[in-house]
Design a protein around this ligand. Sequence first.
Ligand code: NAD
Length: 345
Amino acid sequence: MGTSGADSQGHASGLDAGRSVLVTGGAGFIGSHLVRLLLDEGSSVTVVDNLSTGRRDNLPPSHDRLRFIEADVTTGIDALADETFDEVIHLAAAVGVRLIVEQPIHTIETNVIETSTLLRFALTCGRDGTPANVLVASSSEVYGKSDRVPFREDDDVLYGPTTKSRWSYAHTKALDEHLALAHHQQNRLPVVVARLFNTVGPRQVGDYGMVVPSFVRRAMSGQPLLVYGDGEQARCFCDVRDVAPALLALTRTPSCHGRVFNVGSDRPITIRSLAERVIETLGSSSPIKTVPYDEAYAPGFEDLRLRQPDLSRIREAIGFAPTIPLDETIRGVRDAIAQREGAGA
Ligand SMILES: NC(=O)c1ccc[n+]([C@@H]2O[C@H](COP(=O)([O-])OP(=O)(O)OC[C@H]3O[C@@H](n4cnc5c(N)ncnc54)[C@H](O)[C@@H]3O)[C@@H](O)[C@H]2O)c1
């Protein structure tokens, strides 16, 4: 393998040997794309992931600049206490609407406690005890049920009551953002917050309520595509191959530190149209079936009609513009599913 920033055990070393980057949640969907980018550019990568929703085989089986630690963030960081990282990309989180509705305590604890621990670690894990550059992955869920679209980073947000567990995810991500910004303000931590909108592409799985892989999988096997509610709710889908490089650029651009950025596509499509598009792109004979929200999630589940980011800030900061069309993403998701199933996974 090329120039190594790692010793024979894969331990990260100096900048002269390439960047050393810690990626939490690196075996997940977005993380696996990011890790590949980092390896391709010559960085040494340490992944901490408990494989709760990620998969070890999302990452290369072996690579002399990749170290994989199967652990919760807090435990993994304990093991890395004496090590140095130039960058920390924090993607580990309890994700997916279904998981959040079904396991609210787990969601709240994971998203808040792990982020708090990670940010404290990042304060001194850089060279000579300096802070590392950090990216914290947040979510468009932070906008809550605001209907002032497109969403701008500094807009007010609106949440439902705490008696509805559905809103706990938004609160946890908002708290993560507060913590990150507070560390920037109080401790000069060079941290940026990426507020991700629907990110899609190869290696995303449908098991946790993600709509594109669920539709693609069903279309591939001729099963009905299940559209929740009336299907007129709209989302903007951005390919992970556009998102991952943007996350690195945000982390590495000093003028972005201490700020929040929307990341995603700003072109909405209704969920019903998405289902039709999947069927058409894949030449499937699947029908579309609507399912009431109460049945799909829980009684009283509240969804948003339209979630659309304003991308002016990220465009200006790093020149971000999504490039991959939805049809290509749909085909990429299909190919990845076929490959995985062909491999017997
Ligand atoms: N994919 C999207 O559309 C989207 C949208 C908004 C925000 N995000 C955010 O982006 C990040 C990555 O999401 P993703 O779509 O790749 O999901 P994912 O589930 O594929 O990735 C999350 C990864 O974190 C790991 N993980 C979870 N809890 C952990 C813990 N306590 N310790 C260590 N590892 C843990 C999981 O095993 C998984 O590999 C998350 O923070 C998520 O909230 C994603």
